[in-house]
Design a protein around this ligand. Structure first.
Ligand SMILES: Cc1cc2nc3c(=O)[nH]c(=O)nc-3n(C[C@H](O)[C@H](O)[C@H](O)COP(=O)(O)OP(=O)(O)OC[C@H]3O[C@@H](n4cnc5c(N)ncnc54)[C@H](O)[C@@H]3O)c2cc1C
Length: 375
């Protein structure tokens, strides 16, 4: 039977759209040779509309805040639907600075966020260390952003997959080479960086190297996400209840290269241990690189390409945060046909598309492909 919708790509974006569309009564097939293996596998999982609000990105900020507002109910519904813990935590984020120059950077960010009316509360270093005693005594300044939260993206992928399957989505481990091979009534392109080849849209890979550490006693010595300005570098530390600490991340323009380099691991660890010295005793369990789907204006591509093809990609640094709003809005597009106001500014046709390329690789099911969501 031809499904109503075929979703191409099973990262957080494609899985969430498939789930929402199936909940609204559509028959949905999702195609991906290795669901959850893309950027969603590398992501830290910060839900940070405040600290990710940057100068000149006003429309994007609106979308980040809209999605952040949906996260509590989204997390609750997903947890209820699957019985799975997705590691959603609302302990907040502390931003700290190590040197005088770093403090100037932090002050600039604080002034900017405050001018926008975003909640960002300056703390004395001693107050910050009372909240998080694991912080280095060298910190010079701190700002609390209680509304920046976190989720575990790998758990999120696993739960979304379970929810999608339970709602009736069929997941097929196939790589799509061209859109014209698909017979469904509507097509959603949610293939992360590979969306460029399928649509010709300007989505480019932005490499991020990122580490995972594990606390020796199974529990990190801090509970908030820590973001540090450290000797001119920015590093973040995301603590999980299961003892994991994510240390991220680089941002590099290197095409599709996913090599992990000694220099990046060194720089990340140096900044991380400058911020929280006890991390030197943690186990280094993983160093990987993922490819963020970037766009020319750092904002996603959401909406119709033509009568049949809908696009949900280019989420760059914010795909996990933007999952709830993207899924709800795209399910609306698929079921009602019109474009909801919340995504009206993110029309994929705002950039000229080049000619789509044929995606390399077999069309058939790719047996033996590792599926990280099954680990
Ligand atoms: C190091 C790093 C840290 C990050 N940290 C954060 C963070 O803290 N917070 C946040 O909100 N975001 C973060 N991000 C960004 C976030 O990971 C992405 O925006 C998000 O994962 C994009 O999801 P996606 O589903 O669009 O793409 P992906 O997760 O890349 O999924 C795309 C899927 O498409 C499949 N696919 C590709 N080609 C085809 C094809 N031809 N046919 C079928 N399937 C195909 C792939 O197998 C893949 O599973 C981070 C990213 C990186 C790299």
């Amino acid at each position: 039977m031809t499904p109503d919708v075929t979703v191409i790509g099973g990262g957080v974006i494609g899985l969430a759209i498939a789930w929402r569309a199936a909940q609204r009564g559509m028959t949905v097939t999702l195609l991906d040779p290795a669901p959850g293996s893309g950027a969603s596998h590398a992501a830290a999982g910060m839900l940070a509309p405040i600290n990710e609000s940057h100068f000149g990105e006003d429309r994007l900020r609106g979308l980040l805040l809209a999605s952040a507002a949906r996260w509590p109910s989204f997390a609750e519904e997903l947890t209820e639907a699957t019985g799975q813990d997705i590691g959603y935590r609302t302990d907040g984020t502390l931003v700290v600075a190590l040197t005088d120059d770093d403090k100037r950077e932090l002050d600039r960010a604080w002034a900017y966020h405050t001018s926008l009316g975003l909640p960002a509360l300056p703390l004395r270093p001693r107050q910050a260390r009372t909240l998080e005693p694991a912080l280095s005594p060298r910190i010079r300044a701190a700002v609390s952003t209680p509304d920046d939260h976190q989720v575990d993206p790998r758990r999120l992928v696993t739960a979304l997959r379970a929810a999608a399957l339970a709602a009736g989505v069929r997941i097929d481990h196939r790589r799509v080479r061209r859109l014209d091979e698909i017979t469904a009534g509507q097509i959603v392109v949610a293939a992360g960086c590979a969306s460029a080849d399928l649509t010709g849209l300007p989505v480019r890979p932005v490499k991020g190297q990122i580490l995972r550490l594990r606390a020796p006693d199974g529990s990190p010595g801090f509970s908030r996400v820590l973001r540090g300005f450290v000797d001119g570098r920015i590093v973040y530390l995301v603590p999980r209840l299961d003892g994991e600490v994510v240390v991220g991340a680089t941002a590099e323009e290197r095409g599709h290269d996913v090599t992990v380099t000694a220099g990046a691991v060194y720089e990340l660890l140096r900044a991380a241990t400058d911020l929280v010295p006890e991390l030197t005793e943690y186990q280094l369990v993983e160093a990987i690189a993922g490819l963020r789907p970037g766009t020319p204006d750092n904002a996603p591509l959401l909406g119709r390409l033509d009568d049949r093809v809908v696009v949900a990609t280019g989420h760059f640094r914010h795909g996990v945060l933007l999952t709830p709003v993207t899924a709800d809005a795209l399910a609306h597009v698929l079921t009602k046909g019109d474009i909801p106001e919340v995504i009206a500014d993110f029309d994929p046709r705002r950039f000229p598309a080049s000619q789509p390329r044929k995606v390399a690789g077999p069309l058939k099911e790719e047996e033996g492909d590792e599926d990280p969501t099954q680990r």
